[in-house]
Design a protein around this ligand. Sequence first.
Ligand SMILES: *Cc1c(COP(=O)(O)O)cnc(C)c1O
Length: 230
Amino acid sequence: MTTIAANLQAVRARIAAACLQAGRAPAEVKLLAVSKTWPAEDLRQAVEAGQHYFGESYVQEAQGKQAALADLALEWHFIGPLQSNKTRPVAELFDWVHSIERLKIAQRLSEQRPEGLPPLNVCLQVNVSGEASKSGCDPDEAVALAGAIAVLPRLTLRGLMAIPEPTDDQHHQQAQFARVRMLFQAIKTAHGLNLDTLSMGMSHDLEAAIAEGSTLLRVGTAIFGQRQPA
Ligand SMILES: *Cc1c(COP(=O)(O)O)cnc(C)c1O
């Protein structure tokens, strides 16, 4: 078995254990393999181990891998910071975008989503930790912003994404994820939206995220190994 296959198996075992602990069904939690910085061959190994959803953060890097893996039916998620001059390739090449934090970016993605493709699935990214350096909209603006994104014709708003402040304290991790879950409820109630996605939880905090209702984990390091600093 390859290292990547063994790592995937270990991550799936962590997910199963956390779901058991939380009284949830593992089928409710989707695993996204975050493959930024790793070559196409590594993704192919993950595919051979049963993984079909991949998360990428850099447009050009992702384009190269999508071309190299065009023989496979994969689902591609864009999770990185998105500048307005990069929206077109993202609207054309991805199935999901998790990192929407402004209405203007959502509008451009909707306008640029090709007619022949289904609507682009999107999540609104929320800055729950309040760190100035972090991406994501202000939680106080999330309800209004979600309402404005939900009516864009070529997008389907699926839910929220968050990257909490890194901490080893599981209680603090859980408190931040709980804020995201409560905002998610508030948005569904305010707009009567049928949202189904809480994109939260990474290699070091997936257990806390599952305990707070995550439906989509974005896991890189625990599958592919430690990334080299840029
Ligand atoms: C890199 C990245 C991840 C994966 O983080 P790991 O700690 O390697 O699991 C998840 N989400 C986003 C938005 C990322 O940029």
